[in-house]
Write a protein that binds this ligand. Structure first.
Ligand code: MN
Length: 236
């Protein structure tokens, strides 16, 4: 049996959308992706989680800063309040019950906020240091900067690499890490590029877009999806 992976979607005015590389990557690794609705009450969220074997949180808009106790910074981008409400609730519940979770880009930030951490609303205006280019202008699947992976992390166990070349399309990042989480990878400028739970068997967030890299057959990105899907299958 293949594991069923719930995939969060972007809430548009006329349609819900998911970047197709997310779906392709899950399929390539042997999962069955199902796109989740973006509103549900607590009982419905419990029911959804009881039917899926893993939760996959996609990229997208900025998160409403009130979720981490802040007013909006002038550089805050587009937010999607209904999407935030649903995703924070389902992420908290998934963390609670130990359901495997993989978050990419916004999904990584969402996990941190859901677990009680904070974000930089805009890294370039809120940090004094000269940062790397984190909003690459190269093709989506092109690895543009490196991240240094902690050797004792889940991310390292999945990829077997202490250094990964990743793509980068973000202007926000994890600021204060959530209490139950730890840093799994840092960019050379100190930006947190991956986090994982210290208490949950598989709750990992990466700040990049491995789906775009897996779609062009990047070996480390494929290993990330394979590791996630294998873990979901073993825990069905
Ligand atoms: Mn980056």
């Amino acid at each position: 049996m293949k594991p069923i992976i719930g995939v969060t979607s972007k809430v548009g005015e006329d349609e819900f959308t998911v970047g197709s590389d997310n779906i392709t990557s899950i399929l390539m690794a042997g999962g069955i992706p199902v796109i989740l609705p973006s509103s549900a009450d607590n009982a419905e969220i419990e029911q959804i989680l009881s039917r899926i074997d893993g939760l996959y949180m996609t990229g997208g808009e900025d998160i409403v800063p009130a979720y981490y106790g802040e007013e909006p910074h002038p550089m805050l981008g587009t937010v999607s309040p209904s999407r935030d409400q649903f995703e924070i609730a389902i992420a908290r519940k998934a963390l609670d019950i130990g359901k495997p979770v993989l978050g990419v880009c916004r999904g990584c930030q969402l996990l941190n906020v859901a677990a009680g951490g904070t974000l930089y609303q805009d890294i370039h205006s809120q940090l004094d240091e000269q940062l790397l280019q984190h909003a690459q202008k190269s093709p989506k699947g092109h690895g543009s900067h490196h991240v240094n992976v902690a050797k004792d992390s889940l991310l390292y166990r999945l990829t077997g690499e202490g250094k990964l070349l990743v793509n980068s399309r973000h202007h926000q990042a994890v600021r204060q890490i959530a209490p139950a989480f730890r840093v799994s990878a840092l960019a050379n400028d100190g930006i947190i590029e991956a986090i994982e739970s210290r208490e949950h068997p598989f709750a990992l967030g990466v700040q990049w877009h491995p789906e775009n890299m897996a779609a062009v057959h990047d070996a480390d990105s494929l290993k990330l999806y394979q590791g996630f899907i294998d873990f979901c299958r073993e825990n069905m």
